[in-house]
Design a protein around this ligand. Structure first.
Ligand SMILES: Nc1ncnc2c1ncn2[C@@H]1O[C@H](COP(=O)(O)OP(=O)(O)O)[C@@H](O)[C@H]1O
Ligand SMILES: [Mg+2]
Length: 196
């Protein structure tokens, strides 16, 4: 059993997610769209409906934000939804982990590192980054709580300037951008007791 449930405290997955690719340029095969999304090592428990809902939202909107309490499962669900939708729509899909970004001004550089690798090291401005993004890509920005204002500014630039880019966000807060589709992830229902 890979899911451990602790009553009153929540649940956690035992084991790690495996990375499918070393950075943005790696691909599983020449025909496969580019991705750096980590591969799951087990299925998400009891999230079929939520997965379908997020994939449907991604199909209809260019900016989707998945909110919910810490530990509720936003990151794992967003990764699965991004993988499903990107495969369905033939998009590249890249995860940018914003939890590791220390300061707001480092947000554009964190995206550039994943989306435009191999370029000269430089300090990216939000506008320059938005102008450089031309491919059909689903961008998953995970955990922006501490840099939400700068992330919102950058995402607004990206969705208004880059026609081929869709964004899936996860966080405790929404970005408050026009057109943002917000979906709040509900807590998992406790499993019913087995009847004898
Ligand atoms: N539906 C699920 N099935 C199995 N494990 C899950 C599920 N949802 C969350 N987890 C596990 O719970 C932990 C917290 O999930 P995470 O996605 O990081 O939450 P959040 O991003 O909301 O803080 C992780 O270890 C994750 O693997
Ligand atoms: Mg998370």
């Amino acid at each position: 059993m890979l899911l451990e449930t602790t009553y009153g405290r929540g649940y956690r997955l035992l084991g790690d997610w495996a990375a499918s690719a070393e950075g943005a340029n790696a691909a599983a095969s020449p025909a496969a769209p580019l991705t750096n999304l980590p591969l799951p090592i087990s299925r998400l428990v009891a999230r079929e409906e939520a997965l379908g809902q997020v994939v449907r939202l991604l199909a209809g909107h260019r900016l989707v934000t998945l909110t919910g309490s810490p530990g509720i499962g936003k990151t794992c669900l967003a990764i699965e939804a991004a993988r499903h939708y990107a495969q369905e729509a033939g998009l590249a899909a890249f995860l940018v982990d914003l939890t590791t970004v220390a300061e707001p001004r480092q947000v554009p550089g964190a995206l550039a590192e994943v989306l435009l690798p191999g370029g000269e090291p430089r300090v990216w401005q939000a506008k320059q980054l938005a102008e450089a993004l031309t491919n059909r890509t689903l961008l998953l920005l995970d955990g922006c709580e501490h840099v939400v204002a700068e992330t919102a500014r950058l995402v607004h630039l990206i969705v208004t300037r880059c026609a081929g880019i869709r964004v899936l966000m996860t966080g405790r807060d929404t970005l408050r951008i026009d057109g943002e589709q917000v979906w709040r992830l509900p807590a998992l229902e406790p499993r019913p007791a087995r009847s004898r």
